[in-house]
Design a protein around this ligand. Structure first.
Ligand code: PLP
Length: 493
């Protein structure tokens, strides 16, 4: 299968090459030339399988140059019990309609692990398949969870290095400590003065700087990304929607062939786009509810067809969704409207911060998606409501999803089963979760972990429980203009 850029570059790469490169030379994102089909038989055959086997079967359709046996080996390693427990992505039933897909049972307690435990292995294999002799340096901009998950995924992986940039005041204390204490010989972490978009644009600029790339080439280093712009990051996310469907069938919650609606708390649009791809491939999915926090640029987009980032940026209690440029939306535009229009809209976005899709495109988008958003007060009320009603403890991001799913159900009266993606353990955002279910909350975020555990009678995930006493390793803060120098210093050290 060949991969092409969303902006029209027609070079046609293998999957391994696309994963190695990350972003296309014209600034676009890689997409497969066509989408493989999920037939009834194929779906049925997945139902009795383990998560790793389901993952290998789905990945093999896209990454045909890897081969099924190789992929199975990699998936078994990535989704091992030691990292993810008994099921990598279990579905929890709340009531007759509502279900939650928990995507945070990996080593960093956030959904990014689902992709970032396998992606480094896919990249390592890609280097082998393309006879690459250089070291790959992974550049990551993170609003919190991606950074830690990427660091954990890449640490000590042969022929790779990883450097992570995060907005100094745009991540929680626990997230910061997770990154600052990262272990591994091939890792670096640096804070940026600015917000997530500053960090992400800085990384994009470095990728686009050909002189800098030449400078790195002299050191036998090539750059690649772990952000969800990389196809190797996106494709494993298709798996858990298919897997969840199988689990719902196995549990008798769905009859094979029934439609399932999906609601996803969204930031960069990677997670929900994976659901859309699963639907396009033939998984019986219905509406895709795009859930945003106060940074509701996507809600407006699905309602009006106008994407306009000229607006205030809010820091919220769901920081992984505090995003004004949802990179993977470009892939959706490409699938729906083609590369010519996509290239024009992306150029407009770059130059004016705004674009408007045509009526035909908007019409297609609105039949597949609908957008809702949830403010800060409703986020906390939702955490409280779900804990009181279902004894289900949701994190702040998941709460945004649950609220938007409820709004959708109330507005439409739709009685189709709904699956809301739960994207982080409540313990990753313990203070805000605790404040939602309790009158008091300790000042210190680490004390809040203990208090949340006592109040809700739930357990702190092990990797978070031991953070408090761990010594920070990476405490540097730089301006966004210094990012290139930081990368160069790191690869030479
Ligand atoms: C990354 C992240 C999101 C947003 O996912 P996208 O794929 O960027 O839309 C939501 N919640 C949490 C906890 C995350 O880490």
């Amino acid at each position: 299968m060949k991969y092409f850029s969303t902006r029209g570059d027609r070079s046609g790469l293998t999957a391994a090459e696309a994963i190695k490169r990350g972003i296309a030379p014209d600034g676009g994102l890689y997409m497969p030339e066509s989408l493989p089909e999920i037939s009834r038989e194929f779906l049925q055959s997945l139902c009795p399988m383990s998560y790793a086997e389901r993952a290998a079967s789905v990945l093999a359709m896209f990454l045909d140059d890897y081969g099924y046996d190789t992929l199975l080996e990699l998936c078994k390693k990535a989704y091992a019990k030691t990292s993810f427990g008994d099921h990598a992505a279990p579905v929890v039933e709340l009531d007759g309609i509502r279900n939650v897909l928990e995507l945070w049972h990996g080593p960093t307690s956030a959904f990014k692990d689902m992709a970032l435990q396998i992606m480094p292995l896919l990249l390592s294999k890609a280097l082998e398949l393309t006879h690459e002799t250089n070291t790959v340096c992974i550049l990551v901009a993170t609003s919190g969870d991606t950074g830690k998950a990427a660091l954990e995924g890449y640490k000590n992986v042969d022929h790779t290095k990883i450097i992570v940039f995060y907005p100094e005041n745009g991540v929680s204390n626990v997230q910061k400590r997770q990154m600052q204490t990262q272990e591994g010989d091939n890792v670096a972490v640096t804070a940026i003065r600015g917000n997530f978009d500053d960090a992400q644009n800085g990384v994009k600029r470095i990728f686009a700087d050909s002189a800098f790339r030449e400078k790195l080439a002299k050191e036998n280093v090539i750059l690649s990304s772990a952000n969800s712009i990389n196809w190797g990051r996106l494709v494993p996310q298709i798996v858990y929607y298919i897997s969840a469907y199988c689990d719902l069938v196995n549990a008798g919650r769905l009859t094979f062939g029934d439609t399932l609606n999906i609601c996803v708390p969204t930031g960069n649009f990677g997670n929900i786009f994976a659901a859309y791809l699963a639907k396009r491939m033939g998984l019986p999915l219905g509406k895709l509810v795009c859930a945003s926090n106060q940074n509701n640029i996507l809600t407006d987009f699905f309602n009006t067809g106008v994407y306009d980032r000229n607006r205030a940026f809010h820091l919220s209690m769901s920081p992984s969704m505090d995003i004004l440029i949802s990179s993977n939306l470009e892939r959706l535009l490409y699938v729906v409207a083609g590369s010519e229009k996509t290239a024009i809209w992306m150029k407009q976005l770059n130059e004016t911060g705004r674009y408007e899709v045509d009526a035909e495109t908007l019409n297609i988008l609105q039949t597949e998606f609908c957008g809702y958003y949830c403010n800060e007060t409703d986020t906390q009320k939702t955490i409280r409501h779900y804990f009181d009603t279902y004894h289900y403890l949701a994190d702040t991001h998941t709460a945004v999803g649950l609220y938007c799913a409820d709004r959708y159900l109330a507005d439409t009266g739709d009685t189709t089963a709904m699956l809301t993606a739960s994207t982080a353990s409540p313990y990753k955002f313990a203070s805000n979760v605790l404040r939602s279910v309790s009158e008091t909350c300790p000042e210190d975020e680490f004390d809040a972990l203990d208090a949340l555990s006592q109040t809700t009678k739930t357990d702190i995930p092990a990797p978070l429980a031991c953070l408090r006493t761990k010594e920070p390793r990476f405490t540097g803060v730089i301006d966004k203009e210094e990012m290139e120098d930081r990368v160069y210093g790191f690869i030479r050290q």
